[in-house]
Design a protein around this ligand. Structure first.
Ligand code: ATP
Length: 430
């Protein structure tokens, strides 16, 4: 039995992953098969609350030896690598619905929960559509045809709950999420910064933990949700170690999720000539305009594939990544990864690869008059030069030029830890 759920939270509280821990508690008579899954979907959907995350869990009769993947209220939580899925019943469905009724943040008009229970895993094409495009609920639901489903309010959460359940990892990572004691929800979190830095430096397979330049603890959310911290990594066993290093207020529960975070699954290899708003693309082009900073501190430059040109924007929150963008010059050949924004039409740059740097020269001296051995004087802008002694003329290109030493190198560039998208593959994972 797969249970998929989405869109139960609000910026004012709750978290769908917390609901996943409550589902684990509720269905404790069954075995968990595989880690619970936290699946991020298209980061460009206009109605997402934060990171467009949905969850999916599988229950049944486990086979083999279970592993510990968490703790809830002092009790170890285990899951089995494989097993035989249970058949969902009306009773299971009723219990799952009651949990959504109890915990979803219904007061927020943007919260539109969706829940499915199914024995059959939906087709993986439903995941690929939802991670890359904007999809509609009706055809998605029809294709998945789950045994039981319920949508609350406009029921949009069904898209996420189906798509998360449909995910078959092509690339995957883990996230250990620690949750706060309920009495502390909404109050400032206590996490020791030095211990986070120590963890970041010692557990090398983790990523997106701490931004040393901005002094930002990326593992700690800023909203009043139940999460204390979330630490991402490639190796599940390493995530067991992080809880002993990070010093914080008491965690009431923790769970290790399997995720598609850091996978670049949302990126569609594309062309500047065929950009679709609300998708994320990888496009290749030549820089055609010198980058400039606009109001709000955002950096804009243009790239072209010879036929079409598009604006690329590095937004202010990307901080020092803008300064890297500012070093680009017309003629540089780059690949840009990012979300296509409809209004203003631009690519919101997530990371970039500098393939080739243009060779750019600057004028260092006026031409020399061969007869008088004196430097000529400029006649006027783009009008050439004249020798002040003998009156001999020279064109603009006769000036002396030298090749500029570029401040940029070829290779990869990405924003700092705090402003990366959940799905963006950090360079550390390349
Ligand atoms: P989280 O806070 O858990 O990181 P979120 O709160 O930002 O995620 P949701 O509250 O889940 O996001 O809201 C996103 C909504 O968009 C959900 O209803 C989900 O079903 C829907 N959705 C997700 N992907 C798509 C898509 N590709 N096309 C259309 N709707 C989508």
């Amino acid at each position: 039995m797969y249970i998929g759920v989405d869109d139960t939270d609000s910026v004012k509280g709750m978290c769908t992953t917390y609901l996943a821990t409550e589902i684990i508690k509720e269905f404790s008579e069954l075995d968990l098969i595989g880690n619970p899954r936290l699946v991020r979907l298209n980061p460009n959907v206009p109605w997402k609350t934060r990171g467009n995350g949905a969850v999916s869990l599988r229950f049944g009769k486990g086979i083999g030896k279970p592993k510990i993947i968490g703790q809830i209220d002092g009790k170890d939580i285990k899951c089995y690598e494989t097993g035989i899925g249970a058949k969902p019943t009306t009773e299971h469905f009723k219990r799952a619905c009651q949990l959504v009724d109890k915990l979803a943040y219904f007061d927020d008009e943007k919260t539109n929960p969706g829940l499915i229970l199914t024995h059959e895993k939906p087709s993986q094409k439903l995941y690929w559509q939802a991670v890359r495009y904007v999809v509609e609920k009706k055809p998605h639901l029809k294709t998945a045809n789950p045994k039981f489903h319920k949508g609350w309010k406009n029921g949009r959460g069904l898209i996420g709950s189906i798509s998360a359940t449909a995910w078959r990892p092509r690339d995957s990572t883990y996230e250990i999420i620690a949750y706060r004691e309920e009495k502390k929800w909404g109050k400032p979190r206590k996490i020791d910064t030095a211990s986070v830095q120590k963890m970041d430096k010692s557990i090398k397979t983790t990523f997106n933990n701490y931004d040393y330049e901005e002094k930002h603890m990326a593992i700690m959310p800023s909203s009043p949700c139940p999460i204390l911290f979330g630490i991402r990594g490639d190796i599940e066993n390493d995530l067991h170690k992080v809880k002993d290093i990070v010093q914080s207020e008491k965690a009431a529960r923790w769970i290790i999720f399997l995720t598609n975070q850091g996978s670049d699954d949302h990126i569609i290899p594309g062309s500047i000539s065929s950009l679709e708003p609300f998708t994320s693309v990888k496009v290749w082009g030549t820089v055609t305009s010198s980058p400039k900073i606009i109001e709000g501190g955002h950096l804009i430059f243009q790239i072209s594939n010879g036929k079409k040109t598009v604006d690329c924007t590095i937004y202010e929150p990307a901080k020092k990544f803008r300064w890297i963008g500012e070093k680009l010059l017309p003629g540089d050949v780059i690949s840009v990864y990012g979300g296509v924004r409809e209004e203003p039409f631009t690519i919101n740059v997530e990371k970039l690869f500098v393939e080739k740097l243009a060779s750019v020269s600057e004028k260092v001296a006026n031409p020399m008059c061969n007869s008088c051995k004196k430097r000529m004087k400029s006649i006027g802008k783009n009008q050439g030069y004249r020798c002040a002694v003998c009156g001999k003329k020279a064109s603009e290109e006769k000036a002396e030029f030298s090749v500029i030493k570029r401040k940029l190198k070829t290779g990869w560039y990405e924003p700092p830890v705090g402003s990366r998208r959940h799905l963006a593959k950090p360079l550390k994972r390349n």
